[in-house]
Design a binder for this molecule. Structure first.
Ligand code: ATP
Length: 328
């Protein structure tokens, strides 16, 4: 039987994502609901090492559900990757009586949490917060839905220019290892082609497709490119390549960049964050540890951290077919 939990620490780590604040709010309020204390840890693991803590009551998280970023700040901590750093962090948590930790972040943050748990037997629970949606054990990570909405809004605007000037636009979106954003936002924004890390479309097929669409009467096109697409060319090299083979196209590149990580979370992300925060705290109170809370088929689930770290949520192959059909 695990020891009684009286105080839970919460932190955000790695890249920020919309919905992190809603998750912090949910963790804080679920603690209050169950009559236990909650400590906010600033700047992720670095704040844990430096003892940068703040008590958080239910009113401390007023008016943050609608805010992007994270009120607890996020950081990447080199020191936490060393045994000495983690020992300092453990000593600090013990000093203030924290009994368990909720880590909101990506797979790197979960790796740190798992190592910390293995070393000190310290209860940890992960909440997936990253726009890339690249974590196994959840169909949606916090921030992903908001990022999709941001991307389609941007592409809608780019389309106005593309169609007014008969241009071809290459739009680069985030996703070094995962094409979820490109694939879903690409379909949602009506892209002509979508290039993702999971699939090598091949330059010849891309050329062929663009030639076909020109012949079929399309005068402007949008190609969505994930950062880590498999053709091994960055979006500017891709533009040069297509231009050299299809000089009739007037091509422009737009790299959406960090704007995809910001902004007010969508309703979906706010609800998801609220559900995951409740599940994280209540699972800890049930004596569970070393899991990630996630959502699968609209049910809140627990996945061992080890699996969440190692795996990737696969892209939906049916969407590839839908995308192909839509570009007819
Ligand atoms: P994102 O998906 O946005 O990159 P992430 O959680 O994967 O988020 P990382 O920078 O990979 O972001 O990890 C965040 C922090 O987790 C690191 O700065 C480090 O403190 C900790 N961490 C990552 N890997 C390890 C590890 N192997 N051992 C200990 N701590 C780690």
């Amino acid at each position: 039987m695990s020891k009684t939990i009286k105080k839970i620490g919460v932190l955000t780590s790695g890249g920020d994502a919309p919905g992190m604040n809603a998750a912090i709010r949910s963790v804080v309020r679920t603690c209050a609901f169950h009559g236990i204390e909650c400590i906010g840890i600033y700047r992720g693991y670095q704040g844990m090492i430096e003892g940068d803590f703040k008590e958080m009551g239910p009113r401390s998280v007023n008016n943050i559900i609608n805010k992007g970023g994270t009120i607890l700040k996020s950081a990447r901590s080199k020191e936490f990757t060393t045994p000495e750093g983690r020992k300092k962090a453990f000593d600090n948590l013990t000093k203030v009586g924290v009994d368990a930790l909720v880590v909101i972040g990506g797979d790197g943050s979960f790796t740190g949490a798992e190592i910390f748990n293995n070393e000190f037997g310290f209860p940890v629970m992960g909440i997936p917060g990253t726009i890339d949606n690249d974590i196994f054990g959840t169909s949606h990570t916090l921030g992903y839905d908001t990022a999709l909405n941001t991307v389609i809004e941007c592409i809608d605007k780019i389309r106005d220019t593309a169609s007014s000037h008969n241009r071809l636009f290459f739009v680069e979106v985030m996703g070094r290892d995962a094409g979820h954003i490109a694939l879903n936002a690409g379909i949602g924004a009506g892209a002509e082609e979508i290039l993702i890390p999971e699939e090598d479309l091949g330059l010849d097929r891309l050329l062929e497709s663009l030639q076909k669409s020109k012949a079929s009467g399309k005068s402007s096109s949008i190609v969505v490119v994930a950062e880590g697409d498999k053709m091994g060319k960055n979006v500017f090299e891709l533009k040069d390549y297509i231009e050299s083979h299809l000089p009739e196209y007037d091509i422009r590149v737009s790299v959406l960049g960090h704007m995809q990580r910001g902004g007010a979370p969508s309703c979906f992300d706010r609800v998801l964050a609220s559900r995951l925060g409740v599940k994280a705290v209540e699972s800890i109170l049930e004596g569970k540890s070393n899991f990630m809370v996630g959502i699968l088929k609209d049910e809140v689930t627990l996945t061992p951290l080890e699996q969440a770290i190692k795996g990737h949520y696969p892209i939906d192959r049916e969407l590839l077919r839908v995308s192909d059909i839509m570009s007819t």
